[in-house]
Design a protein around this ligand. Structure first.
Ligand code: GDP
Ligand code: MG
Length: 521
């Protein structure tokens, strides 16, 4: 049986490392499917149930009580030739910040669609993000045990609403070859010549997102789960990594003892315990030691001596890291495309000093990229910006549990944004006595929802590369406010076209001033 094969191979350090995310609309059955995958592969002796509050991955107290996943979690799943890290991500839109940043480290994704509900609006949001990050997708149509489901109609819906390249992989090899072959010309040639498609060809089509394999089943009844596992084993892309060390931070959280955990994926070379890591956060360079490397599965972890490329682990001892940060040879990732939509005033109990509280609450902001805390110095008020009411409720409980403050919130208001209707140039000069900097920017309107994109087209002969990078950093380091309503600007592309410094009179901060002025103009 497949269980025994999996058990024999568990824990081999030489195996390929794969990071697979489980994504879906809330209630489609992600957590149940993850449990079923772990159980089928012999990692769990007993099947937990979200409905009974004992799911392996819903470890947080609020998650167990509400029966929903709030924080992304990981589990280890050994397949015969690869060790898979499964990341179970939250499905509710309120927590899509968690989801979006885990996308940064995925080698592939399992998208769960409920047969009872079909493709939902959130499924489309997830699909768009998966496309944006170029992630190969395996589809699992869950809840096929529900009455009245129609498999052919569901496949047709996937093809129409998601992508014409959705191929039923449970239908048998002959028909899957035929369907997959229409995905590309080369594959069609191979099919016509040989009457089949090799495993390599299928892997390549999947890795390039030309086809999307689909399985149908029921996580609750353990139907189709083994086929999905075999499919991942056979077809999930096996990335090759460079020898130079690099890593991507995708999440910050705290363990039961309050220790700060930096979750990262090693994307090149090897990370050893006690390695000294360097990075730049908020414009300042730092150097810190990786005290402990933890490989989590559910609530438990194993300490690692070293983490080779492809591994996801939690590192202790780092205090300055942030989600999206690149360490070693990796660059920082672009900021998330989703941004909080609602704003609420936060009321603290009277005996708590708001300025002091703000310092502590920053911890939570660091852990959730779609939570923003604003401090109004003049009114001594704290405002929170987030995605919706569920997130607000979770935040209230989290603050109570972690800091012991019973907080309340005012009525919500919408967080407005500003953009431009037309292309415009902005020029900023900064030249008080013995200072000099000039920055020219081209601002172009972008697609709705695209956020801000930055680049430079300035020749290096005109302005040194290091100054150019500094200007781009200043563009990215804070939200810039528009001039119409004072709301943060969004949906535009900002290009550095020219800039000038002075050999003697330009100092580090001068370009910051000139950059801000160019945007404002
Ligand atoms: P998540 O929000 O995507 O993590 O979904 P959960 O795993 O929490 O499941 C949501 C609900 O759907 C729970 O009540 C599950 O018991 C139920 N469920 C999950 N998988 C199946 C399935 O295959 N068939 C049926 N009928 N119900 C399922
Ligand atoms: Mg869940």
């Amino acid at each position: 049986m497949i269980r025994q094969i999996y058990e024999k191979n568990g824990g081999n350090d030489m195996m390929d490392q794969l990071v697979i995310g489980i994504l879906a609309h809330v209630d489609a059955g992600k957590t149940t499917l993850t449990e079923a995958m772990l159980y089928t592969s012999g990692q769990l002796r007993k099947l937990g149930r979200v409905d009974h509050g004992d799911a392996f991955l819903d470890t947080d107290e609020q998650e167990r009580r509400r029966g929903i996943t709030i924080f992304s979690k990981q589990a280890l799943l050994p397949l015969p030739t690869a060790e898979v890290t499964i990341l179970d991500t939250p499905g509710h839109v309120d927590f899509s910040g968690e989801m979006e940043r885990t996308l940064q480290v995925l080698d592939g994704a399992v998208l769960v669609v409920s047969a009872a509900a079909g493709v939902q609006a959130h499924t489309l949001t997830v699909w768009r993000l998966l496309r944006q990050w170029g992630i190969p997708v395996f589809l699992f149509v869950n809840k096929m045990d529900a009455p009245g489901v129609d498999r052919a109609a569901l496949l047709a819906q996937l093809r129409e609403k998601l992508d014409g390249g959705c191929v039923d992989f449970s239908a048998g090899e002959e028909s899957l070859w035929e369907e997959a072959a229409t995905g590309s010309e080369a594959a069609l040639g191979e099919y016509l010549d040989t009457g089949r498609l090799s495993r390599d060809t299928l892997c390549r089509l999947i890795a390039r997102r030309e086809i999307f394999p689909c399985w149908f089943g029921s996580a609750l009844k353990l139907q189709g789960v083994e086929e999905l596992l075999t499919g991942l084993e056979e077809y999930a892309p096996r990335p090759a990594y460079p020898a130079e060390f690099s890593a991507r931070v995708f999440k910050i959280s705290r363990d039961g003892q309050g220790q700060r955990l930096t979750f990262l994926k090693v994307t090149g070379g090897v990370l050893h315990v006690k390695d000294v890591l360097t990075g730049t956060s908020a414009g300042e360079a730092w150097e810190e030691k990786a005290d402990q490397l933890r490989r989590y599965s559910g609530e438990k972890f194993k300490s690692l001596e070293e983490a080779p490329a492809g591994t996801v682990c939690a590192v202790t001892g780092l205090t300055r890291t942030f989600p999206g940060q690149g360490l070693g040879a990796a660059e920082d990732a672009p900021p998330p495309s989703l941004t909080p939509a609602l704003s609420y005033r936060l009321y603290l109990p009277e005996e708590v000093d708001p300025a002091l509280a703000m310092g502590k609450l920053r911890q939570l902001e660091e852990e959730d990229p779609l939570l923003r805390l604003l401090w109004n110095e003049r009114l001594r008020e704290i405002h929170v910006q987030l995605m919706g009411e569920i997130q607000l409720e979770i935040l209230r409980e989290l603050i109570e549990r972690r800091f012991g403050w019973a907080v309340t919130f005012g009525t919500g208001s919408i967080v407005y944004r500003e953009t431009i209707a037309n292309t415009v140039e902005g020029v900023g000069h900064y030249e008080p006595l013995r200072h000099y900097a000039e920055v020219r920017l081209l601002l172009e309107p972008g697609e709705r929802g695209s956020g801000l994109a930055f680049r430079s087209l300035c020749p290096e002969d005109d302005l040194d590369r290091s100054w150019q990078r500094l200007i781009l950093t200043h563009l990215m380091e804070k939200p810039h406010l528009g001039v119409l309503t004072g709301s943060p600007i969004t949906d535009m592309r900002i290009t550095l076209t020219a800039g000038r410094g002075h050999l003697k009179h330009t100092e580090g901060g001068d370009f910051r001033q000139a950059t801000y002025r160019a945007v404002r103009q």
